[in-house]
Ligand binder design. Sequence first.
Ligand code: SF4
Length: 265
Amino acid sequence: MSTDNELKEIVNDLKNYLEFQQSMGIETIPAQKLEAKQNTPEISEKTEPRTEPMAKTTRPPDEDLITIEEPAGLFDGKTMTLEEIREEIGDCTRCQLHEGRTNLVFGDGNPKARLMFVGEGPGRDEDMQGKPFVGRSGKLLTKIIEAMGLTRDQVYIGNVVKCRPPNNRTPEQNEMDTCEQFLFKQIRFIKPEVIVCLGATAAKSILKTKASLGSLRGKFHSYSGSKLMVTYHPAALLRNPNFKKPAWEDMQVVMKELGLPLRKK
Ligand code: SF4
């Protein structure tokens, strides 16, 4: 890469980072030299994580880590491609959520992503566009991804249910039970190194737990060999600024695991 392009990338990267900090409610940064951008590992390629400076988290180590294996009997030994999974879903009427949908929201992003985000279900904007996380919450998620030094094209974003619940209510248990098989098939194909569950509903669906989000976040659980971090849904960050700092701490733990350079404030 030429020096000009490298410089542009650093400036752009810094701009994204500062915009993200601002969106997270952080108004000032200490006046100290910022580190130059180091070589960012290709997040979309599954490579060995690099050793980078440690992320700091204020949470004490916790012992209640959850390890979950893939649901038995769902895959019949097969790994379906994303196209095959989408084909299997078809014009789905398996649960009542099909009645109110405009578009089914399958998922979006890099099929070889090392990092996958999972939300609970589409909202109004997502239903209209057929893509996950494109509304206000989606814009904040994009900022979070960019502040991690990544782009949306480098990660994969999906949901537990693929159709919008009426008035954006939380999906009901029977709806999640019916639809989550497709998410599990997507995860099986993508095999991300890290899954980030955005909000308690996604966490409960994958980890099969009733534990609170507060007790689940900040540490890696495990789903079928992928490390799994639970953090706040971007909509919760928009509603409650107090969640922004711990959410960013969670992302720093994820960045460290993926060998992404941590940025100094
Ligand atoms: S939410 Fe899932 S199971 Fe229900 S209709 Fe939509 S695709 Fe089918």
